[in-house]
Design a binder for this molecule. Structure first.
Ligand code: SAM
Length: 285
């Protein structure tokens, strides 16, 4: 038997579509229809989604400029026995969006916080990126100022994980040009633009070619972006003789065993070896 859509006196954190209104879960619709109040990052923006699904609960604003006071308002509602949902303009609240402070305040006040999983631009982009890296690091938005942005890119550069960035159209050219200049040229950039929308585009290219790719068509600079960069090349961190051992063992053994033995022989962490082994395996496919 299905549990009822909601309990009272709880805050429901509800992920909503990135663009395509059909990308909402059945549970999200049930909960949004059942709660007493919906806290929205922008009430007018969310009205389109709420109207589309005939959701009539009153909306209150909870955005980055009023989050502390709005959280107290939500706690007051919960104290009065009401149920509340929290949505942002798109995707998952609290992920490069307001919500985290309200969630912390509600939990500190002793009320349950119940997450409803759903759309998220980073995970959506990763699902179609085809990056074989076993790890990814979600960076989100880089700083707007050039010096701070470039410093952050240098910090993330050696991390053995694919990097995931969010970017807006007015900064896409500068950010891509900094990534291309500061990261290793053989890393792959995947541009995931306007996901789930009419002009969705997902394009992969060597990082070094990305500024020219963006410049060659102004449409490629429009819309909302997730940028994914493949992990730092393991060749830079694994000595050549260890790579040779790994290659020899891979010819004879299953991938996991070859990686494990090479790590034992060389003392190099398994992750770096695993990444390289995956790259070779994918090249053979
Ligand atoms: N909370 C959202 C999530 O769960 O992904 C992120 C909100 S953040 C304010 C907005 C940024 O997310 C955009 O600037 C863009 O980088 C990314 N984004 C949101 N929707 C997108 C889409 N349809 N296609 C590509 N990127 C998107």
């Amino acid at each position: 038997m299905q549990p009822p859509a909601i309990k009272t006196t709880a805050l429901y954190v509800v992920a909503t579509p990135l663009g395509n209104l059909a990308d909402i879960t059945l549970r999200a619709i049930d909960v949004l229809r059942a709660v007493d109040v919906i806290a929205c990052e922008d009430t007018r923006h969310s009205r389109r989604l709420l109207d589309h699904y005939q959701i009539h609960a009153p909306a209150v604003a909870l955005h980055e400029h009023n989050e502390a006071e709005a959280a107290q308002k939500l706690i007051g509602l919960l104290a009065a026995g009401k149920s509340v949902a929290l949505v942002s303009d798109a995707g998952t609240p609290g992920v490069s969006d307001p919500g985290a402070r309200a969630v912390a305040a509600v939990r500190a006040a002793g009320y349950p916080v119940i997450p409803l999983p759903g759309p998220n631009a980073a995970i959506t982009a990763l699902s179609a990126a085809g990056l074989a890296a076993p790890h990814f690091l979600f960076v989100g938005f880089l700083p707007a100022k050039a010096t701070a942005r470039r410093q952050q890119i240098e910090v993330f550069k050696p991390i053995p994980a694919a990097l995931v960035f969010y970017e807006a159209p007015h900064r896409i050219v500068d950010t891509v040009s900094d990534l291309a200049e500061l990261l290793e040229p053989q890393r792959t950039l995947i541009v995931a633009r306007e996901l789930t929308k009419l002009f969705e585009q997902i394009a992969a290219m060597p990082l070094i070619e990305s500024p020219a790719w963006l410049a060659s068509d102004p449409n490629r600079q429009r819309g909302e972006f997730v940028l994914l960069v493949s992990a730092a090349p393991p060749e830079d961190t694994v000595p050549a003789d260890v790579l040779r051992t790994l290659k020899l063992l891979l010819d004879e053994l299953p991938l996991k065993q070859a990686v494990k033995l090479t790590a034992e022989i060389s003392g190099i962490p398994k992750n770096a070896l695993y990444q390289q082994a995956l790259i070779w395996k994918n090249e053979k496919l």
